[in-house]
Design a protein around this ligand. Structure first.
Ligand code: COA
Length: 415
């Protein structure tokens, strides 16, 4: 079956996490992704957090599936020429170097345009233009600068970063959307363009509701769905709301049977308004369905702490899966707190290709997260990440270099 991005060739100049997540998605949609790495070393993640000596780390393998790897020294004059040839033959250049690195290499936007006016140049940077534009940025810097950390955690504790890599993988996703949009526009204009996804912007985009709350707080001085209401104090900025889900559908994380020994024996419980009567029945507090202090969402807001304490008395008598089964029967929204171990072993995620087992020549079998976006006409087959420089000869031959030229470039240290 054909793939959505068949025929699109990507010059993948990315490293670490944010850029590679973007190009991996494009590869899963069928693009030919040629990862350009530094000879001898390659993407730094190949050797980071290794669990097997001298074998590409899971960090690398899980971010670089379905790609080809070519090694070029882009600071070597002959290596630069090879990169120029690649620029002429590719549709998109994706990079996430520190600000200015591509220019210092000699590949300014103007130069790239000269070589290939149809080229889309897509970049992840930590910050957009402004006071921090020259900074190097990693995941947690973006989570802090994008507003996620100040609004995550509990009111009486410090800011907290999320386990979800919203700065890196989140920005990679944003960039991928920018790239396919630019490819679409190119079908009308025939021109390439620059695509920029700044990590601070990506995180902030995902924290949109917190900027909403900032303005509500500015106007009214309070937010009734926050755990600070009615007894705690609000300051000038959106506070950390713990596990509250907010709005008319308050939620909280509650203990389940076994919580004393299992750190994940918890369930997320949402007291969704339309099923309030059913919740009251399930937990044995039928009188709350009609009691004016509990019957409406507004009346419940000042009592949320007590309400969740009562519901927890019930959830603690059930495992998270038993609670889930009972609550689902009544359409009461809830979610078990799944550990990574439980997720890795979940058969339904294997069935859908969301968790995939991949074989690797030096690592052997390992699990990875497959394509989370499913297209009915463009199925994803996850193939292993490339070894460093595995496809140098293959790609060079496709670019028109003869075996003698390849050998000479290798001797010169250009590839
Ligand atoms: N041949 C020769 N040189 C190469 C090369 C190649 N194939 N590939 C990269 N290089 C050089 C670059 O030209 C650069 O050289 P310069 O500093 O002399 O200009 C150098 O390698 C290092 O690149 P840099 O991006 O600065 O790496 P770093 O390890 O110092 O910084 C980051 C890493 C992630 C902090 C930085 O790249 C960054 O801020 N990126 C943007 C934000 C981002 O994506 N962050 C998320 C990471 S998950």
């Amino acid at each position: 079956m054909s793939k959505a991005l068949d025929g699109v060739r990507i010059l993948d100049f990315t490293h670490v996490q944010s850029g590679p997540t973007c190009t991996q998605l494009l590869a899963w949609f069928g693009a030919d992704v040629i990862k350009v790495e530094r000879a001898g070393a390659g993407d730094i993640t190949r050797e980071q957090l290794r669990d097997i000596p001298d074998v590409d780390s899971l960090y690398f393998t899980m971010l670089n599936h379905n790609k080809r790897s070519i090694t070029i020294d882009t600071k070597n004059p002959e290596g630069k020429q090879v990169l120029e040839t690649l620029i002429q033959k590719c549709d998109v250049l994706v990079e996430n170097f520190a600000p200015g690195a591509l220019d210092r290499m000699g590949f300014t936007w103007e130069r790239i345009q000269e070589l290939n006016p149809r080229m889309i140049v897509a970049s992840v940077k930590g910050f957009g233009p402004g006071p921090y534009e020259d900074c190097k940025v990693y995941e947690n810097v973006a989570q802090c600068a994008g507003g996620a950390a100040s609004t995550t955690g509990f009111d009486d504790g410090p800011p907290v970063v999320s386990g979800a890599q919203i700065g890196d993988s989140g920005t990679g996703l944003h960039l991928a959307l920018g790239i396919v949009t630019a490819l679409y526009q190119r079908t009308q204009t025939g021109r390439g363009q620059k695509v920029l996804a700044a990590m601070q912007d990506g995180v902030l985009n995902l924290c949109r509701v917190k900027l909403r709350d900032q303005q509500r707080l500015d106007r009214t001085g309070t937010m009734k769905e926050y755990p600070q209401y009615p007894n705690g104090k609000f300051g000038e900025a959106v506070p950390r709301a713990g596990n509250a889900s907010g709005g008319g559908q308050p939620g909280w994380i509650l203990k389940c049977k076994g919580w004393e020994t299992d750190p994940n024996a918890y369930i997320y419980f949402i007291t969704q308004a339309p099923v309030w009567a059913k919740i009251c029945n399930v937990i044995g507090k039928e009188e709350w369905a009609t009691d004016p202090d509990y019957a409406t969402p507004a009346a419940r807001l000042p009592h949320l702490k007590d309400i969740f304490a009562e519901i927890e008395r019930w959830t603690m008598t059930k495992t998270k899966f038993e609670a889930m089964q009972i609550l689902n029967k009544y359409d009461i929204p809830c979610g078990p707190i799944l550990s990574m171990k439980e997720i890795a072993e979940e058969p339904s995620l294997r069935k859908t290709g969301t968790i995939v087992e991949v074989d690797h020549p030096t690592r052997g079998k390992y699990l990875t997260v497959g394509n989370p976006i499913k297209l009915s006409d463009s199925p994803t087959e996850v193939t292993r990440s490339p070894l460093l420089g595995e496809h140098t000869d293959e790609v060079m031959t496709e670019l028109g270099y003869s075996p003698e030229q390849i050998s000479a470039l290798r001797t010169a240290g250009a590839i």
